[in-house]
Design a protein around this ligand. Structure first.
Ligand SMILES: Cc1cc2nc3c(=O)[nH]c(=O)nc-3n(C[C@H](O)[C@H](O)[C@H](O)COP(=O)(O)OP(=O)(O)OC[C@H]3O[C@@H](n4cnc5c(N)ncnc54)[C@H](O)[C@@H]3O)c2cc1C
Length: 190
């Protein structure tokens, strides 16, 4: 493996069926494959400038998605929101939570009562492989790996925390679904 650390990419050109990557400083690297690992950051500057509470890079909200000023709501990746079941604020960046936040904020804005109280989860499919994950965002003390053989063939589940705080399921849909309730109750690992 040949690493260049702390340098930027100046340009990428297609070359002879592969790529020519120009690295800042003048070096060119020929390669067959270019893989991007990218990040996104919430833009909290406007909220910060108006004096709204910001913590851990997110706009602080209560569990009704209301910011520190009454009547102003925020949802999705940008929030550091109170979750009733976790009894703590959570920074979560999954599309399903953006939807859940939106439902809560919408219900409250329409005059109803609603609170964000579900454990965050996401799934990603790469090729024919699907990983599903539910967890709080505060880390874990112990992990238990369980190998399985499901209807889809190879499968596994990782349970996180002595008192369950997360579940990662590969071809183990039943554990992903069961895990939600176990995590929300903070029950011991199954
Ligand atoms: C590469 C990548 C892969 C991901 N994969 C997964 C996955 O597999 N599963 C999963 O659950 N989540 C995944 N996510 C995370 C998921 O996409 C986000 O959690 C979700 O999109 C958050 O929704 P949002 O509405 O909060 O923000 P966004 O979807 O980012 O929407 C914000 C919108 O606001 C617009 N905007 C910004 N500033 C302004 C402005 N000043 N005026 C007007 N509009 C503005 C933006 O253009 C954007 O359209 C992935 C994210 C990335 C980057």
């Amino acid at each position: 493996m040949d690493l260049r650390l702390g340098v930027g990419v100046a340009g990428i050109e297609r070359e002879n069926g592969g790529f020519e990557v120009a690295v800042e400083g003048g070096e060119n690297i020929s390669t067959e494959t270019v893989l991007f690992g990218t990040d996104v950051k919430p833009r909290t500057g406007l909220a910060e400038a108006t004096g709204l509470e910001i913590e851990r890079g997110g706009i602080v909200t209560d569990s009704s998605m209301q910011m520190s000023a009454p009547g102003i709501f925020a949802v999705g990746d940008i929030v550091f929101a109170m979750n009733e079941a976790a009894d703590s604020r959570q920074k979560v960046e999954h599309w399903g939570e953006a939807l859940n936040h939106g439902r809560v904020a919408g219900a409250v804005l329409a005059g109803g009562e609603a609170a964000w109280n579900m454990v965050p989860g996401f799934w990603s499919t790469i090729g024919n492989r699907t990983l599903k994950y539910h967890s709080w965002s505060g880390g874990w003390d112990e992990a238990k790996f369980v190998e399985k053989y499901g209807a889809e063939g190879e499968a596994f589940t990782v349970w996180y925390g002595k008192e369950c705080v997360g579940v990662l399921a590969y071809n183990a849909e039943e554990d992903y679904e069961e895990g939600r309730g176990i995590i929300e109750q903070g029950a011991p690992l199954p």
